[in-house]
Design a protein around this ligand. Structure first.
Ligand SMILES: Nc1ncnc2c1ncn2[C@@H]1O[C@H](COP(=O)(O)OP(=O)(O)O)[C@@H](O)[C@H]1O
Ligand SMILES: [Mg+2]
Length: 440
């Protein structure tokens, strides 16, 4: 987007510049024709006009490039005036006096009203400078000439103010469009974000229905298999230990499948939230205990930053516990090499294994609530997985099911909360959960 205060015609050499040069050339072939200095100065003005845009970007400590540009034009115009009158006449009588509109208009397009007035005054002084008495030995100035001078100078100011007003209005308009386009870009970003969330929710819903149906169908035969295995074990157990052992395997594997199916159902179950005021600090504490008891030998330290003024949130306590248990377990598993995540095997051992949990009040888009962050010092979530980890069945662990985070995301969606992950590879992952004080 072009810089708003710089007129577009300075951006590149176009047909308008060619036309401008043609007009200058027109001046060159008008009287006094044989005046070589006049031709040279007109040429200089033409060249300067073409390269002006380069000077505008240039700054010195004393003056800006734009000020230099106006100053140089005043000097060139003053020189032109000297060479366009006979030596016996006052310079102010030169027919080329309107050339001073060049610096005046330039200043009006570059600057604000005060600077424009200042530069117009300087231009007028330059025009009048030929009135200094030293010149009077060559000519005499009549009262008529003074009147004419006054009129011309007033025209300078009039033109300067008119153009400046127009330019400033134009700049304001450009600024307005710029803010508008920024707002539009921001809304666009938000829309894309919302669309991505909606797609995620749709995927979850479709998979939820599918897995609910499937899980239901799997549970019944599993019950029969398990019952039969137990009966076999009772019947043949004492006489055939091998059969009993095999029946034991069947039983444990069925239990494992059952647990898996239960998790599918968790994920698929249409949520019926049992809302009541919940102190998230207690819920998170329980989640930390569950994880600690599951991995007692982990060597992971826990750091708690719980604010004292955390309000209760209206939420389903059981589901919140599930959310934080899943997040804390993931953090543990990310730092435990034996749990299959190849990345953690290397970097998890080198660093201190630590989970930092913070809870504090916060508000988001005008909604008050509580924000909980769970941060670990594990390997972090790889960039390419960051969007996908919330999808069902995405897991980087050997024995992972990949349902944990999709369940977490679903529960938080149901509570009208938000879930974000930030992670720099090698520096751990940070999950941020925002739950509004009053869900839904
Ligand atoms: N704290 C974490 N650090 C690094 N990666 C994580 C973390 N939490 C989740 N992940 C990634 O997200 C994936 C999905 O997690 P999840 O849905 O809980 O399934 P699972 O734990 O069964 O793999 C994990 O396999 C892992 O790759
Ligand atoms: Mg998990």
């Amino acid at each position: 987007m072009p810089e708003p205060s710089r007129p577009a015609r300075y951006e590149k050499f176009g047909w308008l510049d060619v036309l401008g040069l043609a007009f200058l050339a027109g001046l060159a072939v008008l009287p006094p024709i044989a005046e070589i200095h006049k031709q040279i100065i007109l040429l200089a003005i033409g060249i300067f006009q073409v390269f002006e845009s380069r000077l505008v970007g240039f700054h010195t400590r004393l003056l800006s490039g734009r000020s230099y540009s106006v100053l140089i034009k005043i000097l060139l115009c003053s020189l032109l005036l000297v060479h366009t009158v006979p030596i016996t006449e006052p310079v102010i009588n030169s027919a080329y006096w309107p050339i001073y509109f060049l610096p005046v208009v330039t200043a009006a397009t570059y600057f604000g009203p005060l600077a424009t007035l200042g530069w117009t005054a300087i231009t007028s002084v330059a025009y009048c400078s030929y009135l200094i008495p030293a010149h009077f030995e060559y000519y005499e100035i009549t009262p008529d000439a003074y009147e004419l001078l006054g009129i011309r100078i007033l025209f300078f100011f009039l033109a300067a103010l008119l153009i400046n007003r127009f330019v400033i209005e134009n700049r304001r308009q450009v600024a307005r469009y710029q803010t508008l386009s920024e707002t539009l870009a921001e809304s666009n970003r938000q829309l894309q974000h919302a669309q991505a969330e909606a797609r995620r929710a749709e995927r979850l819903a479709a998979l939820g229905q599918l897995s609910a149906g499937l899980a239901h169908e799997i549970r019944n035969p599993l019950g029969i298999i398990k019952g039969s295995a137990e009966m076999l074990s009772q019947k043949f157990g004492p006489s055939q230990p091998a059969a009993s052992e095999l029946a034991g395997y069947i039983s444990t594997e069925v239990n494992r499948l059952n647990a898996l199916v239960s998790r599918f159902l968790d994920f698929a179950r249409p949520s019926r939230l049992e809302l009541k005021p919940v102190d998230l600090r207690q819920v998170v504490d329980r989640a930390l205990e569950i994880a600690q008891s599951r991995y007692p030998e982990s060597g992971i330290s826990i750091e708690r930053h719980f604010a004292a003024d955390v309000p209760s949130v209206l939420a389903d306590e059981q589901m919140c516990e599930q959310v934080f248990t899943n997040l804390v377990l993931n953090a543990y598993e990310a730092m435990l090499p034996q749990n299959g995540d190849a990345g953690s095997a290397t970097s998890g051992t080198a660093k201190e294994k630590k989970i930092t949990v913070s809870i504090s009040r916060d508000s988001q888009n005008g909604t008050r609530g509580v924000v909980t962050t769970i941060e670990d010092s594990g390997p972090g979530v790889p960039e390419e997985l960051r969007e996908q980890i919330f999808n069902p069945f995405v897991s980087s662990k050997k024995t992972g099911v990949g349902l944990g985070l999709s369940i977490v995301a679903k529960i938080i969606d149901d509570h009208r909360g938000t879930l974000e992950v930030t992670s720099r590879p090698g520096e751990g992952a940070r999950f941020r959960v925002f739950l509004p004080e009053t869900a839904a």
